[in-house]
Structure formats: structure tokens, C-alpha cells
Design a protein around this ligand. Structure first.
Ligand code: URA
Length: 231
């Protein structure tokens, strides 16, 4: 990686500010002052800025059990946001891989690895999401066929992708969808004349919400979860 890219990524300086730092002889590599901001770094080079070692931090991958009442955003004028639940540095660098509504609970993934986030959330990937749904009215068996065929949602050009509905009892079901349109689950049930009263996400791709996590708790993903999620 180039020195200017490295320093702008792992400090608060922009690339143009890094050029000024280099010009002012404030940056050394392996103890030697650097002359050019576009210097190509080797993986074992030790970069110092004002005699302080600058180290690359590795990407973070977190699963959170989102409680009710939290907004999936970096900030919100009115409500608490999911980032408020995390006690870690550089929270603002995290992206939310697949948002949930304020009144939905369950699995939320957060990462500062933009490519991984893209692989999880890009519509083309058709990443499976599994939700536990409770409804106001009894769930009509006809929903199984309709959701498997695809539903015409208000204001959408295309039918929803085929989704799998398993009715658990009169007012609860498990729904697998393979896309993430705005308020998709609520709108699918609304298209059946029903109303979702509780919604909880259990899975994103191969990642399952850890049953040990109480609402509001989080943990780092394991290496296997990070890898398998995007396969
Ligand atoms: N579908 C919804 O309607 N809401 C969510 O939070 C997630 C999926």
C-alpha cells in the first residue's frame, strides 16, 4: 500500500495533509525520514508519525442483538441508535449490513469492511434473511403459495422474489426472503390484508443470531462466520 493511503486510512489526516507531514519530515519508515508521500510500503515496514508508531487496524465484524426502540443509523435526532450499544473505539467507521426498523428486533451485522458489507447486502447476492413474524390476524394458508410465487408490493415494479413461509401457529410464522426491500416483511403481510405486530430477524445468510446474546448485547463474528456468510 502507498504511504499516503496508509496514513490517511489509519490516522485522521487526509492524503493531502499527509503530503504536508512528509514534507515537514514528520514521517519515518524504519527510522528513516521519508521523502515521498507515494512511497510503496512493504508489509513489515514500521511507520512512525511524530515518533509514534502507526499500525494498521484490522477490519471488525460484529453481530448485535438489536432491541426494540433503537434505530439502525449512525445518528438520529430523536431515538437511540444501535451504535450507542457498542463500547468499542471508532464506532463511526462501522456500517450496518442490512437495517432493521425501530420496532424490529434481532440480528444486525456491523462492519468496517465495505467489500464484505457489499457482498452481504448487494441485491444481486440474494442473501437469505430469516424472520420470525407475529401478526394481528390469523395467517391465511394462501400466503404460503402467494409468497412462494412473489407478491406485488405497492409502488414496486417487480414481484418480490420467491419467499418461503412456514406457519408455526395461527398468528406466527417463519419467513425466508432473499432480498431486502424497504419494510419488506411488513408490506408482504399487508398485501395479504394482515399486519405484522412483532418482527425478529434470526438469520442473515449462514449467520444465526447467537442465542447467548440478550437484546442489546453483541459479539465479534468468528472467522468461520465471516467467511461462510459470503459464500
Ligand atoms: N422487513 C420489515 O418490514 N422490517 C424490518 O425491519 C425488516 C424486514
Amino acid at each position: 500500500m502507498r504511504l499516503d493511503k496508509f496514513l490517511s486510512q489509519y490516522t485522521n489526516y487526509s492524503r493531502s495533509q499527509v503530503q504536508q507531514l512528509v514534507k515537514a519530515h514528520r514521517v519515518t519508515i524504519n527510522g528513516e525520514p521519508v521523502k515521498k508521500a507515494d512511497h510503496k510500503l512493504a508489509s513489515d515496514d514500521q511507520v512512525m508519525l511524530d515518533n509514534q508508531r502507526i499500525e494498521a487496524f484490522s477490519s471488525r465484524y460484529i453481530m448485535l442483538h438489536k432491541p426494540l426502540g433503537y434505530v439502525c443509523a449512525n445518528s438520529d435526532g430523536e431515538h437511540p441508535v444501535v451504535l450507542d450499544l457498542l463500547d468499542i473505539p471508532r464506532k463511526q467507521d462501522l456500517q450496518i449490513a442490512g437495517r432493521l426498523d425501530i420496532d424490529t428486533t434481532g440480528l444486525v451485522l456491523l462492519t468496517d469492511d465495505g467489500q464484505w458489507n457489499h457482498r452481504i447486502t448487494a441485491p444481486k447476492q440474494e442473501c437469505t434473511k430469516i424472520y420470525l413474524v407475529s401478526t394481528a390476524d390469523p395467517i391465511n394458508e394462501a400466503a404460503i403459495q402467494l409468497f412462494a410465487h412473489g407478491v406485488q408490493l405497492h409502488g414496486e415494479k417487480n414481484l418480490t422474489l420467491p419467499a418461503q413461509l412456514e406457519i408455526l401457529d395461527s398468528h406466527t410464522a417463519r419467513l425466508q426472503i432473499h432480498e431486502g426491500k424497504y419494510h419488506q416483511v411488513k408490506r408482504m403481510f399487508a398485501a395479504m390484508g394482515n399486519r405484522v405486530v412483532q418482527l425478529h430477524r434470526e438469520h442473515i445468510g449462514s449467520i444465526q443470531l447467537d442465542p447467548m446474546l440478550a437484546p442489546g448485547e453483541y459479539r465479534a463474528l468468528t472467522a468461520a462466520e465471516i467467511q461462510e456468510a459470503t459464500q
